[in-house]
Design a protein around this ligand. Sequence first.
Ligand code: C2O
Ligand code: CU
Ligand code: CU
Length: 511
Amino acid sequence: MMKRMIGFLMLLVLLVGCANPLVEERPYNGMMNPRMENRNSMMNPRTENRNGMMNPQDGNRNTHMTLNNVGPLEASKGLNALKIPEVLEKATDSEYDYEITAQIGSTEFFEGIQTETFGYNGDLLGPTVRLRKGETVQVKINNELDVPTTVHWHGLEIPGDADGGPSHLISPGESKVVTLKANQPSATLWYHPHPHGNTGEQVYKGLGGMLYIDDSDADEAIYPNEYGINDFPLIFQDRQYDENSQLNYNQVMNFDGTIGNISLVNGTIDPVLTVDEPLIRLRMLNASNAREYTFRLSNGATFKQIASDGSRLIQPVEMKEIILTPSERVEVLVDLSEVDLNETVAITDEFGNTLLPIERAFNSQETKEIPEMVSEEIFLSEEEKQLPVTKEIELFGRMNMVTINGRKFDPNRIDLRQEQGVTEVWEIYNRPDMMGGMTHPFHIHGTQFKVISRDGIEVSPNEQGLKDSVLVESGERVKLLVSFPEKGVFPFHCHILEHEDNGMMGLIEVY
Ligand code: C2O
Ligand code: CU
Ligand code: CU
């Protein structure tokens, strides 16, 4: 009841806030609930070109309001060495290759205080799982939580029954063995729970980990590839702690996306990354429930983006900022060889707040030569660009009134069907509401798609790689080229976890 009241009040505030599109920022005044005070949800229309391309070719179309830009995170004071998740070891003498246990733990985020958290094979987050391209492995999943869970392999193109979607619940105390086949390009994917109605809470409490698909050693060696040395996983999340420093999801839950004021990178508060080589590769994942990030480098240097969610880009793209909506990933290279050692370098958000300071402890200034990859490949053929739309998806609503094609998730209803291996064009339309609407990150299981266009305009080079999640702004129409290599029933949904939990999800049967 209380939640509903808050929801209604927020709706009112939004209504007032959005009445004048020229008003750039309008912070809530937090009168509706003291808990929300430090949330400071100002709504910023995007002022920059999407993804901060160096040479934008696509004009200024980012004028829509978004609720996802919700005010600054507290800057990292750089007090704690960034934790690097361990790489999951292969089991040697058992029938399965890997074992992953979802468990309850506790984490000392604040000195002397234990916070209850969830983790895989540990207290918080999970180990990095690395699969070799083409490899098939058996993974045993154990649920030692006191609630049902699943493990979903986000971005992996595997049959529906191994996907770990909402219909694959594992009860407390139970286990399940799944077969994963890495039959796709090398990429940075991830894994996380997916029990319908509880995904938001379980991720918030700490469940999630990286899943890499590795190329052959020779191909991987083109870029820095020493894990934790010059190739770093960066899992970005935001949290709000209660008065006892606990992650009290029910207290902070927001139907339009639970956000926090504290930034975590790999579960570390106030992190600092120390590097001893000038050229580093960062694999950045937005694993927040709802927050959208705009990353920049504090010294104005650029990121060289080499990969999107599911593959390398056609060619590396210089980016002065990187926008990631929930569940999106990029791989970027950062070259620090030219930066004066006295100058501070950090990854910041769009407000200039430091999220991750980078400390340099170089042994040498030597930097690896990165071949200028000029790929012959074309991203989309003329034929592909001309394909007619055969699936229309309409995203609509706010709070717990979110829908896809006018309906909420029903585990017993198949919403769409598509033939295995047959390419279709999906058009995702984010229908605005009276208040302007909000951005939804749209995700499809079991496929890596290509983004054909946004409102008819070809996408920027930094989106010219395979993807499984895509930002769709309010009022925007995004065309995707989609094919499913495997059969089964797969969810598609908004990756704001509270929208997903409230039914902004459908099912497609691949036959
Ligand atoms: Cu990241 Cu349905 O998943
Ligand atoms: Cu997924
Ligand atoms: Cu949404």
